[in-house]
Structure formats: structure tokens, C-alpha cells
Design a protein around this ligand. Structure first.
Ligand SMILES: Cc1ncc(COP(=O)(O)O)c(C=O)c1O
Length: 404
């Protein structure tokens, strides 16, 4: 039978998010999930957000309830520039666009810059929604290997020397999703030098950088670029309130060279006209109150405890069988079975034991390592972490007994 509808080529047989497809199991009664990329709901600053929202509605009802400017409400843009002043004091954050989550910022960039067949470099493994967006925009994905210190910039250089010409390179340099890895200073500088030499844009996605619980703070690529003549032209910085305040706000932002930003604003006009003004003004009110500075360190402290608890439990139950990368922040532990176990096949046994994680294959554009997995420590309590890892041990034993 001929098809009834004639979809665009990239939507003829689209793949949904491999992670969202697991949500049905996450709702299973008694499930302990290390799977989601969600921040801990129990740590949302509910009362202060409710207060900010009510206050701002009472003060400026028409601004909250009316359409707003596509580039963002002034109050929030100002508050986010103040955040940028802390994060990247040398960078010029004047050209700033408020977006509906940082996911939209990436989507806008693809719309403005990337056409079918254009080359885009990413890390290997990478954030799945970025891979999915690149696939839907029909970009040619070149994935560059990474290790416990993030993208291997030597490998990137070799790929460039061999003739690859990315228009854009997408990277999460600090507490990456899924690996938790952070790029050391030398690699950051090397990456910037390569961007200048080969003239590609770096999209620095930084939703997790403020969730540091150990190690020394690292300068963002945007900040480092400010000291290298010409480099700022090649860096776009994305961030989000999702992991530091709440993803339900759907607020992200982009700092980019003015020419690029202007086009993204036009692209956003046809996307959603504007990001919800009430949410923007609520976030602005909250940020101005200084509340985030009080609240975030508590969240980060709890993530640190949870991360340590998970690392200890994994070590206790699996010892050398599981190779684990300990992060300095963010929400994820990246691990790899050393005994030939396959994370996808093992997941069925884990779900039967009521515990979940994400198999590493979800994070690859091609040729995944089947032994890898991502565990989030953000949402589970210390008791759930201990119990969940014990369940994972039982699942692993059952899997080994049956499948190996
Ligand atoms: C690396 C990365 N970038 C972007 C996002 C999307 O964030 P937002 O909620 O701001 O759209 C996520 C969410 O998990 C993420 O892990």
C-alpha cells in the first residue's frame, strides 16, 4: 500500500529517545531508578519558587500573563547576565537569548546553521537528545572519542588533519552527560586553538557546571576564549535553570556572537514566539532574591553524599568487575563491566529486581560499547542507593548464571 502521508525524509522512520522509552518501567511500583537525567524533586525549592511566582504576578500581572519579547523578559535577561558575570567574568554576555530550556537553544542553532549533510562533531559518548536533534536535521555526525577527561582533543586534531570539516562542534565540557567527565585546561585550550585554526563553532553546553562538589573550579570555554584573540567569535555558550532550579520552568539561555543570536531570535519567533513570561519573571524574582546562592549549595552537598554512597556501594558489591569513573560534580556515574557483561541484556534482569540504569549504547551515534552504563545518583535517597545497588548485584548474579 502506498503511504498515506508524505513525511519529510528525516521523519519517515524517526527513532524516539531511547531514554524516554524506558519511562514506562520507571513507573513500576517499588522501582529504584538510577536511570533518569532528572534532578531530585525532593530538593526543589518549592516554597521560595511559589513565593516568587505569587509576588511577581501581583506586582506585574500584565507582563506575566501577556506575550513577551522573543529574546526574553528584561528582568530575566539581566538576572542571567549576573549569573554569567560569576561564571565567565571576562566574557561579553550582552548578546543573551532566553530559550525554552537549553534544548531549544541547540535546536535553534541547528535550524540557523546546519543543513542536510553538514558536518557536526560531537563527543563519543554524547547526550542523546543532541544526537537525536542532529539526526533529525540530517547532519553528518563525526564522533570524537572521549575518556575519563572528556573529549580527546588529539583525536579531534587528527580527524581535522584527515580532512573532516565540522561547521559546529557540540560538547559538554564540565560534568558531561553521560560520563560525568570534565575537560582539563590543556584540552580546553587545545580545543579553542583548533576551533580558531579550522574555523568551526564550539557549542559549549553547560547545564551541570554549577553542580560541582569536589575538585577546583574550571574556566568555561567561553571564559577562556575571552583571552585568546578571535576565539570568542567561535564559542556559543548554552546553559539552563533545569538542573540548578527546576526543569519544569523550561528556562535555558544562550550567549552567542550577535550575528548568530539575531538569527536564532528570528528562528524562535516561528518556534514558540516567546518562552513563558510568567515562568521567566518567576525565575528572575527568585534569582534576584539571592535564594539560589543559599539553596544550591545544599543540593550540591546532598548530591556529593549520594555520589559517594553510590561509588562505595558499587565498589563493595562489584570491586574490580565494574570500572567506574568518579565525577567531581553533575549527576552521573559512568561505568563499564570488565567481565564481558552486556548492559542492555543485564537491564532486563535489573528491571526484574526493580532497579534501573541506562545502558551506555543510548549515548552513541554509532558503534556503542555494550559493556557501559550510566547511573544517576541525583534522585535516590542514601537508603535507596544502598538497596538499589544490592538489587543490581542480584541482577548481575542472575544474568551471569543464565547468560554467560
Ligand atoms: C547535556 C544536556 N544538555 C541539555 C539538556 C536539556 O536541558 P533543558 O531542560 O534546559 O532543555 C540536558 C538535560 O538532561 C542535558 O543533559
Amino acid at each position: 500500500m502506498p503511504p498515506l502521508y508524505h513525511f519529510n525524509p528525516s521523519f519517515q522512520a524517526p527513532q524516539g529517545s531511547p531514554i524516554r522509552e524506558m519511562f514506562k518501567y520507571m513507573a513500576q511500583p517499588g522501582m529504584i531508578s538510577f536511570a533518569g537525567g532528572y534532578p531530585a524533586a525532593s530538593l526543589f525549592d518549592v516554597n521560595a519558587l511559589a513565593q516568587a511566582s505569587t509576588e511577581i504576578l501581583a506586582q506585574t500581572p500584565s507582563s506575566c500573563l501577556q506575550y513577551g519579547a522573543t529574546e526574553g523578559m528584561n528582568g530575566l535577561a539581566e538576572a542571567l547576565r549576573a549569573v554569567m558575570q560569576q561564571r565567565a567574568p571576562s566574557a561579553d554576555a550582552t548578546p543573551l537569548l532566553v530559550t525554552t530550556g537549553s534544548q531549544q537553544a541547540f535546536e535553534l542553532l541547528l535550524k540557523v546553521l546546519i543543513g542536510p549533510g553538514n558536518c557536526v562533531a560531537i563527543e563519543r559518548p554524547a547526550y542523546p537528545a543532541a544526537i537525536q536533534a542532529l539526526r533529525l536535521s540530517e547532519a553528518k555526525i563525526v564522533d570524537i572519542p572521549s575518556d575519563a577527561q572528556g573529549m580527546d582533543t588529539q583525536a579531534l586534531e587528527q580527524t581535522l588533519e584527515a580532512g573532516a570539516r565540522p561547521k559546529l562542534l557540540y560538547i559538554v565540557p564540565t560534568f558531561a552527560n553521560p560520563t560525568g567527565a570534565s575537560l582539563p585546561l590543556e584540552r580546553r585550550q587545545h580545543l579553542l586553538a583548533l576551533a580558531l585554526r579550522y574555523q568551526f563553532l564550539i557549542v559549549e553546553d553547560d547545564p551541570y557546571g554549577a553542580l560541582r562538589f569536589s575538585g577546583e573550579p574550571q574556566a568555561s570555554l567561553l571564559e577562556l576564549a575571552a583571552d585568546i584573540p578571535g576565539a570568542s567569535e567561535w564559542v556559543i555558550y548554552l546553559s539552563s535553570l533545569s538542573k540548578i532550579m527546576a526543569p519544569g520552568l523550561r528556562i535555558g539561555w544562550m550567549v552567542a556572537p550577535a550575528e548568530i543570536l539575531r538569527r536564532c531570535i528570528i528562528a524562535k519567533q516561528t518556534g514558540d514566539l516567546c518562552t513563558a513570561p510568567w515562568m521567566q519573571l518567576t525565575a528572575a524574582q527568585y534569582l534576584r532574591s539571592g535564594r539560589l546562592e543559599q539553596h544550591l549549595p545544599k543540593v550540591v552537598g546532598i548530591y556529593k553524599e549520594r555520589c559517594n554512597a553510590m561509588l562505595n556501594a558499587l565498589h563493595k558489591h562489584f570491586g574490580q568487575t565494574l570500572e567506574v569513573t568518579a565525577p567531581d560534580g553533575g549527576m552521573f556515574i559512568w561505568a563499564r563491566w570488565r567481565d564481558g557483561s552486556e548492559a542492555r541484556a543485564l537491564l532486563e534482569y535489573a528491571i526484574a529486581e526493580n532497579v534501573m540504569y541506562i545502558p551506555g549504547s543510548a549515548f552513541y551515534a554509532s558503534a556503542p560499547d555494550p559493556a557501559q552504563l550510566r547511573l544517576s545518583f541525583a534522585t535516590a535517597s542514601l537508603e535507596e542507593i544502598a538497596e538499589g545497588v544490592a538489587r543490581l548485584k542480584r541482577a548481575h548474579d542472575a544474568y551471569r548464571a543464565k547468560e554467560q
